[in-house]
Design a binder for this molecule. Structure first.
Ligand SMILES: C=C1C[C@]23C[C@@]1(O)CC[C@H]2[C@@]12CC[C@H](O)[C@@](C)(C(=O)O1)[C@H]2[C@@H]3C(=O)O
Ligand SMILES: O=C(O)CCC(=O)C(=O)O
Ligand SMILES: [Fe+2]
Length: 317
């Protein structure tokens, strides 16, 4: 199956139409010619590699994940596990600088690599959200991106490492085979607005557009992958659906991924704009709520739980 590819060097109106089509059909697309400088990516990759290569006791200085910080095998607070270790950071420059002290022996180098990456990827996320608003004919073109640009945005950066499985000598490593694969990161949707994900050249990411059918996403370190998150589903009044995805470890090479989760400020009220609740479906599918309320609920549930149903509007709302 051909997954949608958005080439940002193409004509703007074509790009915005393509993004909307991809979000409607898959809640997911690949971005090429994205403009994030290669040295910004390499700088972060180098820091991530050296962090994950540290002895466990040193990595644990940045943990436990509360939910920010270093975590290993346990995902969230509700018993989810996977063959993954990770470092989750708030994207606020001050918070990055503070956290870097417990993460790296060269905090200023680590902090500058993370901040540089966050700045470039946030810019890309905002550009993609403006194009999305244009494609949807939402009159306020920066309605979505404003939430991520806000100084109080609750956006986060997650660095994932799926280590080589030492018992993998008999594994079939062909991308189409899932013989003996293990779950690295179980099935879920991302709660935020847009996720911008990139990885090294090792596969494992899969998306599901139909219950029980998983589509492997071929790795491409030169590209970004975009996931529609739960908040964009709400702000498009269900026209886009947040994509269910997971990461498997079926390779003998370790997988590394970097995910920027573009989120609103905690107190931002999340609701679809008037254009998204226009006739023929003049009803808002979801009741208004703040990102803080949604996040609290999401983080109190399991990874794979459907959370948006709890925020559906009732007829008498
Ligand atoms: C089990 C969980 C981990 C998670 C919080 C949650 O309770 C449900 C959502 C999970 C998720 C998925 C996308 C991101 O990786 C993440 C950081 C997020 O915002 O929501 C994780 C949460 C986490 O690992 O803390
Ligand atoms: O590592 C991956 O490719 C997926 C990671 C992911 O889904 C997440 O961090 O939420
Ligand atoms: Fe995810």
């Amino acid at each position: 199956m051909e997954l949608p590819v958005v080439d940002l060097s193409a004509e703007r109106s074509e790009v915005s139409k393509l993004i909307v089509k991809a979000c409607e059909e898959y809640g997911f697309f690949k971005v090429v010619n994205h403009g994030v400088p290669q040295d910004v990516i390499l700088k972060l990759e180098e820091q991530v590699l050296s962090f994950f290569s540290l002895p466990l006791s040193e990595k644990q200085r940045a943990g436990p994940p509360d939910p920010l910080g270093y975590g290993c095998k346990n995902i969230g607070f509700n018993g989810d596990t996977g063959e993954v270790e990770y470092l989750t950071l708030n994207t606020n420059p001050l918070s990055i600088a503070q956290r870097s002290i417990t993460i790296s022996n060269n905090p200023s180098k680590f902090s500058s690599a993370v901040s540089g990456y966050v700045q470039a990827v946030r810019e890309l996320a905002c550009e993609l959200l403006d194009l999305t608003a244009e494609g949807l004919l939402v009159s306020d073109r920066s309605l979505f991106s404003r939430l991520i640009r806000d100084v109080d945005s609750d956006s986060i950066l997650r660095l994932n490492h799926y280590p080589i499985q030492l018992d993998s000598k008999d594994w079939d490593t062909s991308p189409s085979s899932h013989a003996n694969c293990k779950v690295g990161f179980g099935a879920h949707s991302d709660p935020q607005i847009f996720t911008l994900l990139r990885s090294n050249d090792v596969g494992g990411l899969q998306i599901s557009i139909e219950d029980g059918v998983w589509i492997p996403v071929p790795p491409d370190p030169t590209a970004f992958w975009v996931n529609v998150g739960d908040m964009l589903q709400v702000m498009t009044n269900g026209r886009f659906v947040s994509v269910r995805h997971r990461a498997l470890t079926y390779s003998r090479k370790s997988r590394m991924s970097m995910a920027f989760f573009g989120a609103p400020p905690l107190q931002a009220r999340i609701a679809a704009p008037p254009e998204m609740v226009a006739p023929p479906n003049s009803l808002s599918l979801y009741k208004p709520f703040t990102w803080a309320e949604y996040k609290k609920t999401a983080y109190s549930l399991r990874l794979g739980d459907t959370r948006l149903d709890l925020f559906k509007a009732r007829k008498d709302d």
